[in-house]
Design a protein. Sequence first.
Length: 308
Amino acid sequence: MKIRVRLVGLLAVVLLLSLGFTGRALANHRLIQENTDTAASPQKIKAVQKQVKNRLQRYADQITADKTASVYFYNLTPTHPTKGWSHQLYQPGKLAVSSNAHAPVVAASTYKLYMAGFLFSQAKAGNFVWNSTNENGFRHMIVNSENDFAESELDQFGLAPINSLVQQLGGYTPTFIEGQSATTTATSLGLTLRALANKQAPFQNTHNQQWLLKLMGQQIYRKGIPAGATAAQTGSKVADKVGFFADENNDAGIVTLPNGQRYILVVMTHGHQQSGLSGFPRIATITKQIQEIVYGSKTTNQVAPRAR
């Protein structure tokens, strides 16, 4: 009986493949999980990736059409090895999309991700000491988004070396200009998060990387990406850094799903009569939709929702 059930499952997978990966492709996550040793051809995996990526791009373009939002999405290597469909479909970066992501906007406190990397690099060079005062200031900078510590370090080191670090990360420069609010792009923050997630310079030190991720997971403003990721899938964990100033509400984070899949998401918003933290539910909605497009709905267990 087990063999018969197994064969039926395999035939179902073959049937899905034969449909040309239309809207029914990957419609049942449970079926795929039961056949994780079943590999599809590279051509058919690419077809599915294209379908998911196209739908995601359409959604991103739709929500950024009025230029009051920027979106950057990048799928990462999962926290533990996968095989079969999941391994092939979610290869790092294969589903990456962005929209309006190169548009410079006010960074607000998201710039503190650059500050974190900069201080790690300065400590490595012997120009900064992690004493209890600095550690406490750093913690409050990330967890509570307080400004005093970040501003004092900017004053001490100057703007040029921090702009240089952002440039080394491939980001938008100049981020910091004397007398002006820090300016950045969704792509710039996304590239920084990719370096952090992959333990690349200036986040190559394991202790520093894990410490920063832990603090980002403890930051107190959770109504943006964390709320949206959890709404899409209970148990999703988010390490993120928010920023808010006037009508600017921004969130940049690394999301880990219960099954170990991970992705980077940056959503930067303004306009729409936002003030205070009122734009974060908008970010949550965007996050939920993006996560469900790429990784499926918690109610339907779809890996990739049907194309429309």
